[in-house]
Design a binder for this molecule. Sequence first.
Ligand code: GDP
Ligand code: MN
Length: 381
Amino acid sequence: MKLYEFQGKALFRKFGINTPQGGIFKKDAARPWSGSCVLKAQVLSGGRGKAGAIMLCDSEAEYGKALKRLFDMTLQGEPVTAVLAEERVDILHEYYFAVTFDGEAGAPLLIACASGGVDIEKVADEHPELILRLPFDSIAGPQDYHFLQAAKFVNTSRVRELSAMLSGLYTVYRETWATLVEVNPLVENAEGFTALDAKVELDDDAEPLNKKLFETLRREQADINPGLEEAKRDTITYVPLDGDIGLISDGAGTGMLTLDLLNDRGGKAANFCEMGGITSPDVIYSAMERVMTGPGSKIRSLLIVLIGGFNRMDEMAEGIVRFASDHDLLSKIPLIVRLCGTMEEEGKKIMEDAGLPFYDDLEEAADAAVKGKQGEICPSL
Ligand code: GDP
Ligand code: MN
């Protein structure tokens, strides 16, 4: 579960980590001007600074304008429905710190970087030597020397004070069953250290161990964005790629295998899209919608690869047929559907009745998708 910044900061304060004073408010709530402040859009996606969703206000007029602009924004598909208003904090240094789990190493780790406040992925790409990664034992937890080493790494003169704060971040990580506790930037000024931002993600599987906290956080999230629960039920994973074959699979493994099969044949997928779990006609419909209309998508053929386990092929065929007829898909691009498994015969019958072709063999389907690529680029739907 991803937390909003204001929720992460509330957890920080609970564990003694200094954050700016502030309060959260929704669109329709009155919030009179009370002096210089920072207004921060509360959305789950990052990069708000760059998107203009963090605004410093020094006058009542600026404040009014900023509020209006923020509440009119949609950031990566998320409408801004709540804003965090905080006191202004002077910035002397901006650091990056995180506690998270390194799946590859199979160990939790502490991450430190002296240049915070910027895109950390960019630093990691261009100057990996500027980032300290300190793995620690998951049972013993990090020791004082880990915190001290991380604090020294960013060249502060107040190493003990900072390492105490890092120890607090680890406590948040441990006590809330987090998978990520990230502070970017953690700011140093004359007064000391402040967590200016908070990105916390909790392990959903740990919910039974922390029921009350999850309940509170869920309630807060539903209050801010009632659409969120709905969006979460949508299990589609969509990753844009730069090829021209639209790809949908009903599982990640099948999707990866199909990517390889396309590559082997000199084809390139326009995206990776898998529907996950048990899916309905509506889910495959929206997966098709996403692939066909995805940002910058230039698709020459659409390949759908289904292996019915929990998934029912009759339901998948129903969604495919509905989408194809709503958008007159066949007149635009080759549609290649491979289906097998649960309710296969019923699914094929539905496809047949609608005049849609289908394949049994995955390799044949991959061949057809790559050949289909010779055609025209699909006009957007
Ligand atoms: P993100 O872009 O979504 O990660 O949002 P952040 O909360 O990290 O804010 C982005 C940037 O806004 C920070 O790196 C700061 O440079 C700036 N900022 C945020 N709050 C303050 C503040 O209180 N004072 C000052 N001077 N800058 C701030
Ligand atoms: Mn940030």
